[in-house]
Design a binder for this molecule. Structure first.
Ligand SMILES: NC(=O)c1ccc[n+]([C@@H]2O[C@H](COP(=O)([O-])OP(=O)(O)OC[C@H]3O[C@@H](n4cnc5c(N)ncnc54)[C@H](OP(=O)(O)O)[C@@H]3O)[C@@H](O)[C@H]2O)c1
Length: 314
């Protein structure tokens, strides 16, 4: 089988096709024929070598945390899944492959309401969004501001927050204004057309910075009321502009376990109007994976990047 990975760090051209034996499931695992996989900023960070100090991995490194696939073999003791089931898998690494094996705790059946690209796009952004809402622990009726609400993580946070009856202020660029309304945002701030910090000054009980690259554009401290919470998806602590705020870095929190988060996400996926926007579905080829990584590193159209294999129906 083919998988895509790299044997040294660098730009997207380090990603190549690698041959490997089809993996066999151990007890408690299934084998999946991969129908598609999602790309995330973390994959590009791994490829650039930025995770090398935190995570020791053997070469070649095959990225990929998000997979949708068809069950093609069952390990001993597996009864919760059957041959032919189409499932979503969240995994530590290795999803850029034709076949993978996965423990059953890391799987959920694909809800019929999700297309295959949407299912491939969901796991990591979904788990991050669940982790964010759990870390904030807001009460129904409280106000949450989401900066970067048109992005993979931000759009999921908005939809989960609405499902929890929060009042949501969502910010993004004007090209995504309609999308923010479609997600159910109560109020919208367009950072390229207005001063969103001034428009919603001190209105949020909590603000999530889910801006591309976790950049600190400074609106969070203005949006958040004194004593409120500012949560960032970035590695660096956000500036508070001298305001008394509780600072939370997503990376410091234990990520929600797939076993706990998948039921929340699959229930949300069946709600009317639920959306996982796909920015681009790329082909399962070296060119497709390299292009996906180039797009990850630029200000690409709103939504998720996925690679769909030839095994996935049109
Ligand atoms: N993807 C994951 O699973 C994951 C998991 C954990 C943490 N994170 C982190 O979460 C952050 C967001 O990741 P993502 O995958 O959701 O990114 P993404 O899909 O690329 O979303 C980027 C968001 O940033 C907004 N944005 C871009 N430039 C901006 C600017 N100059 N000012 C204000 N907003 C701007 C975009 O809005 P417009 O396009 O409308 O301008 C969009 O809403 C990153 O720091 C990432 O490392 C991601």
């Amino acid at each position: 089988m083919i998988r895509f990975g790299f044997d040294h760090y660098g730009d997207p051209t380090v990603l190549t096709a690698l041959k490997a034996a089809v993996p066999l499931p151990k007890a408690g695992q299934v084998q999946l024929q991969v129908l598609g996989f999602g790309l995330n900023p973390y994959d590009a960070s791994l490829r650039r070598g930025e995770q090398a100090a935190f995570r020791k991995l053997k070469w070649p490194i095959v990225p990929g945390t998000d997979v949708v696939g068809r069950v093609t073999a069952l390990g001993a003791g597996v009864s919760a899944f059957a041959l032919g089931d189409v499932v979503i898998n969240y995994r530590p690494i290795g999803g850029y492959s034709e076949f993978v094996t996965a423990s059953i705790g890391k799987l959920t059946k694909k809800p019929a309401a999700l297309s295959l690209p949407e299912a491939a796009a969901l796991p990591q952004v979904g788990l991050s969004a669940v982790t964010i809402l759990q870390a904030l622990a807001l009460e129904p009726g409280q106000t949450l501001a989401v900066e970067g609400a048109s992005g993979g993580v931000g759009a999921l946070v908005v939809q989960l927050a609405k499902a929890q009856h929060l009042h949501v202020i969502a910010t993004a660029s004007a090209r995504n204004a309609d999308y923010l309304a479609q997600l159910g945002a109560d109020e919208i701030g367009l950072y390229d057309q207005e001063d969103v910090g001034a428009k919603f000054k001190n209105q949020a009980d909590a603000t999530v910075n889910a801006v591309r690259g976790g950049q600190d554009y400074g609106a969070g401290p203005q949006l958040t009321r004194p004593g409120g919470t500012l949560l960032t998806t970035a590695d660096a602590k956000p500036k508070t502009d001298g305001k008394c705020l509780e600072l939370v870095q997503l990376g410091d929190r234990s990520q929600a376990k797939p076993e706990a988060a998948f039921p929340i996400l699959t229930a949300l996926a069946q709600a009317p109007g639920f959306s996982v926007r796909i920015a681009k579905a790329l082909p399962f080829s070296v060119a497709g994976v390299q292009e996906g990584h180039r797009l990850l590193e630029c200000h690409h159209p709103a939504g998720k990047l996925v690679v769909m294999t030839e095994a996935s129906p049109e």
